[in-house]
Design a binder for this molecule. Structure first.
Ligand SMILES: [Mg+2]
Length: 327
């Protein structure tokens, strides 16, 4: 708690960061924080758990804003701590991907600009979903992509860069995939070998995987990969390396307010790119509150622009039956 004193001390934003962030941006972030240290109450955390507990403490104390400075891992921990509270999240992107920042149009290559967004104080409320009770803002994966994250060690990432993920992918694709069943709350059933859920449209950097998704529609966009798709990926790594392959025929895509994923064996699960653990059953559901995020009023990112456009068109026009044209 803040102690009252006779001096007028400007309010500082509690800011949570990982001092051991290894990305190149980590160094620049620390420099920025030092140069603006009089604006923040800096909390260097050791673990995600600590970042989450600290954020929760600030939320419980009624802090209006808590800033997460770091990559998607730090962000996810802070989001978990703020879930269900009125405290707004400030984002200072400092990771390599910054998927959520991109989605909301928060400047990700300029910390001064990202800080300006926080100072402006415009708040957007985004959907907050959870996987087995752990909240996530952007996306989650069951099976393949979580296995790749689990398999790829930091040392190999440092040595090989993105190639490290590709090597892990090759290894995993050579193993027998799990059998996964997906049951959505509206009764839809699908089977496959891996599942991705998107709250926003972006996955892994700028890749717009969930083409219909929006952070504001109370829906998860779900992609179920069929076994054929697994084989296709394995057979087509060359194609992926050259910029992607068409997976449409071996995936199903649907939107749902919630779903349960069951696997024939415990499989890794990731949320917002962070490994959550291994589970045989994962329940995805919307949390009872939305997350308040300090974001630009007019973002530059196209996915966000699309989302805003769709909001402006709400409620949608009733389906119009086109009269047959006679020429
Ligand atoms: Mg959504």
């Amino acid at each position: 708690m803040r102690e009252e004193s006779g001096m007028s001390i400007p309010r500082r934003y509690p800011l949570i960061f990982n001092p051991r962030a290894r990305s190149q941006k980590g160094g620049r972030t620390r420099q920025f924080l030092m140069e603006h240290a009089n604006r923040f109450a800096l909390y260097a955390t050791n673990t995600g758990q600590e970042a989450m507990e600290l954020s929760k403490k600030f939320a419980d104390e009624g802090e209006p804003v808590v800033i997460a400075a770091g990559g998607d891992g730090t962000l996810n921990a802070v989001v978990s701590g703020l879930a269900g509270s009125h405290t707004a999240l400030g984002v200072m992107p400092a990771g390599t991907m910054n998927v959520f920042a991109r989605e909301l149009g928060i400047p990700q290559n300029s910390l001064p600009k990202a800080f300006e967004v926080i100072e402006k104080g415009f708040i957007r409320e985004v959907d907050l979903f959870s996987a087995n009770g752990s909240p996530f803002v952007q996306m989650a994966g069951v099976g393949f992509d979580a296995m790749v994250i689990e398999e790829t060690k930091w040392e190999s990432k440092k040595m090989l860069g993105p190639l490290a993920y590709l090597l892990s992918a090759v290894k995993i694709l050579g193993e027998k995939p799990p059998k996964i069943e997906v049951i959505s709350v509206d009764g839809r059933r699908e089977t496959g070998v891996a599942v991705l859920c998107g709250n926003g449209s972006l996955y892994g950097g700028q890749f717009k995987l969930f083409h219909k998704a929006s952070n504001f529609d109370s829906m998860l966009d779900v992609i179920v990969f069929k076994e054929a798709g697994y084989r296709l990926v394995l057979d087509s790594l060359h194609g992926i390396a050259l910029g992607g392959i068409d997976l449409c025929s071996s995936t199903s895509y649907f939107q749902s307010e919630g779903l349960t994923v069951r696997s024939n064996r415990p499989v890794p699960v990731e949320i917002d790119g962070e490994l959550l653990g291994r589970f045989e059953e994962v329940v995805f559901t919307e949390t009872c509150s939305r997350l308040r995020v300090l974001a630009p009023e007019e973002p530059c990112g196209t996915p966000f622009a699309d989302a805003v456009k769709s909001l402006l068109q709400w409620p949608p026009k009733p389906y119009e039956v086109q009269a047959t044209k006679t020429l």
